[in-house]
Design a protein around this ligand. Sequence first.
Ligand SMILES: [Zn+2]
Length: 260
Amino acid sequence: MITDFHTHYYPPELAPRALRGVDDVVEGDADGTLGGLKRAMRAAGVTRAVALPVCAKPNRESAVNGYVESTASADIIPFFSVHPYSDGAPDLVRKYADSGLKGIKLHSNIQRFSVSDSALIPFWQAIKSRNIIAVFHCGRPGKTPTEHDVYPSDFLPLFDILSPSRTVLAHTGGYGVTDDELDVLAQSGAYTDLSLAQSQFTVGRFRAALGMLSPDRLLFGSDSPWRDIGASLNFVRSAVSDPKLLDKILCENARTLLGE
Ligand SMILES: [Zn+2]
């Protein structure tokens, strides 16, 4: 059973605009809809996907989460989004967590927040109180750096509140990650997903990066529809020759994190 821990899709009428709205090329063949994701999953032999919605503006949670929540199934695990600056954001986190959703996605570039903003402490405490998984986008959002780009070292103060073992710092620490930041990621105890790896590493450098990180903290992810699931899977397979490690990346670590 292969789990893709990093996917997105949108209501069909919004998908074309959502795909154009990110400063990155679309290399996947998915069209940004749930149907497109499921076709890409089937073609790649991926059993299930974690869906990561992002509420780009405050106070839009019900539309964003309502759609993703309605698509939950045996092969789709929806996480939720709360904008950190929405009215009553900590209460919203508790509400969605109590409805049974297993995790929250946060994107400092799109949501324009700073992880070090002390006004957000109650928000982080709400996430901690429900022991849900927090997935953070790391690195540049696309081709162009922004003032809200974050790398693993930016999260160290947050780990006074959040548990690293319930946190995913996505994209192998982010586009443009350095060896120093990979070291911080390794020491932090946080998970990372390997989405976008084929866009930022050669196979050799990816192999070296994986060697620096804990084998128990690596999750397969594609970032579909921006990347092709099958191509992402092939890239991971090309860098990982140990079948036990591959099984952890594709299957076991996700099951542990999801509490299965
Ligand atoms: Zn993504």
